[in-house]
Design a protein around this ligand. Sequence first.
Ligand SMILES: C[S@@+](CC[C@H](N)C(=O)[O-])C[C@H]1O[C@@H](n2cnc3c(N)ncnc32)[C@H](O)[C@@H]1O
Length: 269
Amino acid sequence: MIRFFDYWSDFVRRHSRSNSHPLFFALLAQLVGTLLAIGLMSAFSLVLFDHLVLFALLQGVCAVLTAMLLRAPIWWLFIHLVFIPCAVLASSMALPAWIWLSAFFLLLLVFWRTDINQVPLYLTNRKSRDALLSLLPETPCRMVDIGCGDGGLLRHLARARPDCVFVGIEHAPLTWAWAWLLARGFSNVSTRRGNFWNHSLAAYDVVYAFLSPAPMAKLGAKAQAEMMPPACLVSNSFAIPEMTAQTVIDVADQRQTRLYIYLNIPQAM
Ligand SMILES: C[S@@+](CC[C@H](N)C(=O)[O-])C[C@H]1O[C@@H](n2cnc3c(N)ncnc32)[C@H](O)[C@@H]1O
């Protein structure tokens, strides 16, 4: 038993939180939760299919406990709690299968591989867009939004600064298609479909990122390797670990957005 716990804590220490496969751990928590719930129901001689709702609730709680042991980030706990209960509820609605399949593909086309890159879709708000606008150099410049989402930020900036060039890179197919379509009326906006990790940042005066805590260290290294002074990197909400921002702007919005500005990024040796 002691050896099992040693093995378990070593496994968690090596793989949890920092792991690059959150989906694997989510599946593991769900599977262990399911087995525990089945075990508990058998212990009380309850037939699973006669008590489906009870099973779903029990499975949710067991999956949460397992995810806590795996040190999953807090927002995963809510997903674990409701996943099987929602599946049971949905199956009771007796909707045709194609609806679920279509919903799955729609979500996939919008959120793409959020499970791997850990950067979901949320958009820069109006006040942050204006704050960013005021940060652009007075002379014509080139700006890239890495992970441009629906491209709304680029269009907003392009309208106000027709002298500048705005580039967006987005990998989610539907989100990119939307951004591309709406950018067609702008001569100074281009949106490219692809992975920004494969795109050099060397050609830009301003690099804008609104991502998540997960890729920030890697982004810092990429910026160090590719950006040329006096270019600047602006990160919405997420600081780069072990890099000091020259300026931090507090945007006067409801969510108290902070823009971290990294200037003259020191080149990696
Ligand atoms: C938080 S949203 C920000 C959207 C937009 N930049 C804005 O501020 O309104 C992040 C976007 O980055 C995209 N994304 C995440 N990782 C990416 C990658 N490696 N390459 C391209 N796009 C990526 C996501 O699909 C998502 O649309």
